[in-house]
Design a protein around this ligand. Structure first.
Ligand code: IMP
Length: 180
């Protein structure tokens, strides 16, 4: 089993590249079926979702779509401000569009809760969420429950495949779980 040591923590490989590819294809097939007759706009949440989004969008079949990027933060240091900060704001008109937010992981759901409200406020016809990972036990906002999920995980901290530890390890090809 592959392992990574980062800042004094020990991580073990949890989802291999092959397992990730299977999860991504499953999500892509469901999205392809749901959006065949539509022209969705995928809104990729930077930085973490860039790896998942790249694989997911290329695995779609017969979906005419657009993709754009956004970078948001609800946190100032360790505290939530309760308000979204747009570090990279939305560049695309979302009015009357079927939007699919692409996230790396949904944890408390605060980011998705606020982003959904923002996109609806801008007139999106529909807003759904696709995420590689979902921590159901940590969810605090009902409306942030993702519509398309690669894999569920309990409360452990994970890195790799876009997910970082203080900005590092996003480029790992697998997802690694921290070991106590
Ligand atoms: P939420 O707003 O609480 O749902 O937080 C979502 C964000 O928290 C994700 O986009 C990640 O940046 C970060 N996050 C949550 N859990 C993890 C983890 O296990 N590893 C790395 N980042 C995480």
């Amino acid at each position: 089993m592959r392992t990574i040591d980062e800042q004094g923590y020990h991580f073990e490989e949890w989802l291999t590249p092959e397992a990730i590819a299977k999860d991504v294809q499953q999500v892509a097939d469901i999205i392809s079926a749901d959006y065949k007759e539509k022209e969705p706009l995928f809104v990729v949440v930077l930085n973490g979702a860039f790896v998942f989004a790249s694989d997911l969008l290329r695995a779609l079949k017969d979906v005419r779509c657009e993709v754009t990027f956004i970078r948001v933060s609800s946190y100032y240091g360790m505290r939530t401000t309760g308000q979204l900060q747009f570090i990279v704001p939305l560049q695309q008109v979302v009015e009357n569009r079927d939007v699919v937010i692409v996230e790396d992981i949904v944890d408390t759901g605060l980011t998705i809760h606020q982003l959904k409200a923002h996109l609806r406020g801008l007139g999106a016809s529909s807003v759904k969420v696709a995420t590689m990972l979902f921590k159901p036990e940590k969810l605090e906002y009902d409306d942030a429950k993702p519509d398309y999920i690669g894999h569920e995980i309990s409360e452990e901290f994970v890195i790799g495949y876009g997910l970082d530890f203080d900005g590092f390890e996003r480029n790992l090809d697998a997802i690694y779980k921290v070991k106590e």
